[in-house]
Design a protein around this ligand. Structure first.
Ligand SMILES: [Zn+2]
Ligand SMILES: [Zn+2]
Length: 341
């Protein structure tokens, strides 16, 4: 690498990732340039690589990255060269749309998605909007922090904004990239935690992550099992699939809410009477704003919540992505910028 170029892994067309050399550019106004140190591989990267979003090829995927600012565009406040920062899925709010004016930065009408509308973190260098940056606590390594910017923030934000209070029964459905963090956050937030997954093999891991109870949804009716525990105040749905959501819905106690985090094409079927009699709610939750991302990282450092990670060098990104898509990552793969020469 010369000082005027950097390595990046780009999706050149649908389903194809390739390692390329790119020219270094200066950050435009309102943006910073980051020397990336780590980037998590997330299921939502399929949005770019499989072209689930309209993509202007070639595009560098990746929206769980941590690095150091090495150049700052004009008009940027708060951030300094040398500072370690993170970027998640939401690339940064505009500050002037109706939603921003009302304090809802997540739903900013002019929000871009990192690695989808512009190049993301599968690269040694990335240009990022200052309003989307996240502070990285000194006691979290870049590799440890990266997956917390998407999988961590998504589960932390949903639980933190849920109606559950300390001691309430909270279920986490699916023990994967999101769920294995969700169980830990739920435990450290003081809930009585139920992990729900298929098979007996996950039971031991779920307990190790902090679950008080484990429900094997392939062996028993998960809604009935939740009711036997008193009914859940919150069910955090980290798995995808409408049937999965529906088969646990009646495990909610009256006034409870199922919060959907796992994206899938399947529709969710439930009856209006199941919603009405018991005031049950079904809602979605989209990641979180930068201040909540700061809190996610601080809370993780304070409580010891961490993602189970395997690291892979940037040039192996295509293999890492394929492994994650095959459901074989345990539980999060993080790309590092080390050279495997
Ligand atoms: Zn993600
Ligand atoms: Zn806005």
């Amino acid at each position: 690498m010369t000082t005027t170029s950097y390595r990046a892994v780009q999706a050149s067309k649908r389903g194809r990732l390739e390692l390329v050399e790119r020219e270094l550019t200066a950050p435009p106004p309102g943006k910073v340039r980051i020397r990336v140190e780590a980037c998590g591989v997330c299921h939502s990267d399929a949005g770019t690589i499989e072209g689930q979003f309209p993509i202007d090829w070639p595009r560098v995927p990746g929206h769980e990255l941590v690095g150091r600012i090495d150049a700052i565009g004009s008009g940027v406040q708060r951030w300094a060269v040398g500072q370690r920062v993170g970027v998640g899925f939401l690339a940064g709010s505009c500050g002037y749309c109706d939603f921003c004016r009302n304090g809802d930065l997540v739903n900013c009408a002019n929000q871009e998605y990192t690695g989808i509308h512009h190049d993301g973190g599968y690269a040694e260098v990335m240009i990022a909007k200052a309003s989307g940056l996240v502070s990285i606590p000194d006691d979290l390594s870049s590799v440890a922090a990266a997956p917390l910017l998407c999988a961590g923030l998504t589960t932390f934000n949903a639980l933190r904004n849920s109606p559950a209070k300390a001691g309430d029964l909270v279920a986490v459905l699916g023990i994967g990239g999101l769920g294995h963090l969700g169980v830990q956050y739920a435990r450290h937030m003081g809930f009585e935690v139920v992990a729900i997954s298929r098979g007996v093999d996950t039971a031991e891991l779920a307990k190790k992550l902090g679950a008080h109870h484990y429900i094997d949804s392939s062996a028993s009716d998960p809604a009935a099992a939740l009711q036997a525990l008193g009914g859940a105040k919150v069910i955090l749905i980290t798995a995808s699939g409408g049937k999965t959501v529906a088969e646990t819905f009646m495990g909610l106690r009256p006034g409870g809410v199922s919060i959907v985090l796992g994206v899938g094409p399947e529709s969710i079927e439930t009856s209006s009477s199941d919603l009405i009699f018991g005031n049950r709610k079904l809602e979605g939750s989209l990641t979180g704003d930068p201040a909540t991302a700061d809190a996610t990282l601080r809370f993780s450092a304070l409580s010891g919540v961490s993602a189970m990670i395997e690291t892979v060098s940037l040039d192996q990104a295509a293999n890492a992505y394929a492994k994650m898509m095959a459901g074989k990552a345990r539980f999060r793969i993080v790309l590092t910028m080390d050279r495997s020469e």
